[in-house]
Design a protein around this ligand. Structure first.
Ligand code: GZL
Length: 340
């Protein structure tokens, strides 16, 4: 992989050639005098000051968690002076793959992304490796045959999050009853692993059973829609608790429960994951019983890893983010310290 200084010189050479070409042809068209948009080309940036260019493919803006995650990444890039090429994929893998390929063409120095689902990345990751660009995964993992296709994965332990949710579920239901589950995006690491962890812990509580389960796509709207169908189903009246893979779906489900004339947090206990601020508001209102934290503020750790990669220093293959569990009883205190 050419070193950063070489790549910057190369990029500046292309830029100055482009500006020269543009200036050579700019005399052909008459610009109105005093055209507000006509401006002399900016002097070439001082190569020694310009920082590396980072390509980031973000999943979308589907939840409060995702928006906090985006804010953290963009703020950290700006604070450290990096040229961040940020692309929102609207939750579509094909858009992420397009963005990753565009980063190769732009010859960025590092590529980072949060993969919307676990599979289907091998071909484009091989193209990136061929181009000699290092890859950092953040938030969600990928399933690939060659672990050298990425440098490191920074993110939470979703299986443990599922276990933590099940332990609180057993506690607040007395270990028995019928549960509804709102799953995250099908095929995504958090949806797969949060389900896996929850069911693993549920084996210790044989009288607690999931009787309805469906994806709510991590969004409030879908969470509300699916919870409504759960409640209207023949088994609806048996549901005493809800496990939602994220707070946004739980908040949508709360609306559906209230529209059905039931009291969320009392008639139907609710446990979700993320610990975004609206979840604390819901706990303070008595409508949510617990949220398992999954920290979205990954910007600092992401750019620490990127800087280590640029400096050709070793980086741990797996960086697990730390998190807690928050319950209704302490929500009014806890909310005072929340950053997202
Ligand atoms: C978890 C993240 C999930 C959040 C959801 O790391 O990938 O995606 O739990 C978000 O809120 O949509």
């Amino acid at each position: 992989m050419p070193d950063l200084a070489t790549k910057l010189t190369h990029r500046l050479a292309i830029a100055s050639l482009t500006i020269t070409a543009l200036l050579a042809f700019s005399g052909c068209e008459k610009k109105p005098a005093g055209d507000a948009h006509a401006s002399a080309p900016k002097p070439a940036a001082d190569a020694s000051k310009a920082k590396a260019r980072i390509g980031f493919s973000q999943i979308g803006a589907e939840s409060d968690w995702r928006k906090a995650n985006t804010d953290s990444i963009q703020a950290e890039a700006a604070a450290r002076g990096y040229d961040l090429v940020f692309v929102d994929a609207q939750q579509k893998q094909e858009n992420q793959i397009k963005a990753l390929r565009s980063f190769i063409v732009q010859d960025v120095d590092v590529i980072a992304f949060s993969p919307v689902v676990e599979t289907g990345w091998e071909p484009v990751l091989k193209e990136i490796k061929q181009a000699g660009i290092p890859v950092v995964l953040t938030d969600r993992a990928v399933e690939v045959s060659d672990p050298d296709l990425f440098i490191t994965f920074i993110g939470a332990d979703f299986v443990e999050e599922g276990r933590r949710a099940a332990r609180v579920m057993a506690k607040i239901t007395g270990g028995k009853g019928s549960i509804a589950e709102l799953q995250g995006t099908p095929g995504s690491a958090p949806a797969i692993d949060r389900k896996k962890g929850f069911e693993e812990e549920l084996k210790n509580h044989p009288d607690l059973k999931i009787i309805k389960t469906q994806t709510g796509e991590f969004t409030r709207a879908k969470g509300r829609e699916v919870m409504e169908t759960f409640l209207k189903s023949p088994e609806g009246k048996q549901i005493i608790a809800l496990y939602a893979h994220n707070d946004d779906m739980a908040l949508g489900a709360i609306q559906a429960i209230e529209e059905a004339g039931l009291k969320p947090g009392t008639d139907i206990k609710i446990i979700s994951i993320d610990a975004v601020r609206p979840a604390f508001d819901a706990m303070i209102a008595g409508k949510l019983n617990c949220t398992v934290e999954c920290n979205p503020l990954l910007g600092p750790q992401l750019f620490d890893a990127i800087e280590a990669v640029l400096a050709k220093q070793p980086v741990e293959k797996r960086i697990v983010t730390k998190a807690s569990v928050f319950e209704q009883a302490t929500a009014a205190e806890d909310i005072k310290t929340r950053k997202y």
